[in-house]
Design a protein around this ligand. Structure first.
Ligand SMILES: NC(=O)c1ccc[n+]([C@@H]2O[C@H](COP(=O)([O-])OP(=O)(O)OC[C@H]3O[C@@H](n4cnc5c(N)ncnc54)[C@H](OP(=O)(O)O)[C@@H]3O)[C@@H](O)[C@H]2O)c1
Length: 257
């Protein structure tokens, strides 16, 4: 099976793309661990889907110092770092050791600190999951002036994903990147972008259309999934960039760098 994962953790499953993909994955027979900050949305998702198909974890991914204990319980961290600990709380991996896929979709994409590359442990990443799916953006390829910092962070994420996929080649970890076009989600609501007012709600393609196309490509086993308008940049100059990237990787390998 091209997308064989059975238990999928989705960061940012309380609305928009994450919630819609979570529901589609459950429809497709997968179990979903939904993560986000809004407890009432997490509870309503699990109630809608049933406790045999979904569970939730309330977690704020911007709390960087709590990520480690969210992923591994203190005793597991202790075994890794040989420090003494007295409390043990259920982490997502101790409650779900069969977790085999993670969607990093929350909009706050940083699992690792880009400015401290020495802190990124490839073996930890491999050990923790078999597959990582990230929601990037068409804006990773073509920036717009309205949100230049957002575009820059998506471009950084995209470059990092290209390298991560290459570094994990030959392991059991697959790295998938989804490039949404503009999709109708809360992202364009007045609460996030007040100047868009009510017009934000109808900005982009319906989330159902996005989800249908994305699910087809996931099931086909694709590692890079440009949807809708994102295909224009992806299928043209992005191919040249990735061609150059792979040539440099090979060149540096042959020079033993
Ligand atoms: N919609 C588009 O046009 C578009 C286009 C390209 C890329 N994208 C990307 O698609 C992804 C999903 O966005 P969306 O459009 O579906 O927007 P959305 O409806 O606003 O959903 C964002 C999700 O992220 C969660 N989230 C935000 N901050 C979080 C935090 N600190 N900790 C945990 N969860 C957090 C939110 O949950 P809580 O608020 O409950 O925490 C929510 O579930 C984002 O990465 C976005 O950049 C969207």
């Amino acid at each position: 099976m091209a997308f064989p994962y059975r238990k999928i953790l989705i960061l940012g499953a309380t609305s928009g793309i994450g919630r819609a993909l979570a529901a589609s994955l459950i429809q497709d027979g997968r179990f979903v661990i939904a993560v986000g900050r809004r407890k009432e949305h997490l509870d309503s998702f699990v109630q809608e889907q049933g406790t045999d198909k979904a569970v939730s974890f309330q977690f704020d991914i911007s709390r960087l110092d709590e990520i480690q204990s969210f992923v591994k319980s203190p005793s597991e961290i202790d075994r890794l770092h040989t420090h003494e600990v007295s409390v043990d709380v259920a982490s997502v991996t101790s409650s779900h050791p069969d977790l085999d896929c993670v969607f990093v979709n929350s909009g706050i994409q940083r699992r690792s600190v880009f400015s401290e590359p020495e802190t990124i442990s490839m073996s930890d990443i491999q050990e923790e999951m078999t597959t990582r799916v990230s929601t990037s953006s068409n804006l990773a390829l073509v920036p717009i002036l309205r949100c230049s910092n957002y575009c820059a962070s998506k471009a950084a994420l995209h470059q990092w994903i290209l390298c991560l996929r290459e570094q994990l080649k030959g392991t059991n970890t697959k790295v998938i990147e989804i490039f949404p076009p503009i999709v109708q989600t809360e992202l364009h609501d007045a609460k996030h972008q007040p100047d868009m007012g009510q017009a934000g709600k109808s900005f982009g393609i319906p989330v159902e259309q996005f989800t249908e196309e994305t699910m087809e490509r996931l099931q086909a086993g694709d590692e890079q999934i440009p949807v809708g308008l994102s295909k224009i940049a992806f299928e043209s100059w992005e191919q040249q960039r990735q061609g150059a990237f792979h040539r440099i990787v090979e060149l540096m390998k042959s020079s033993e760098f």
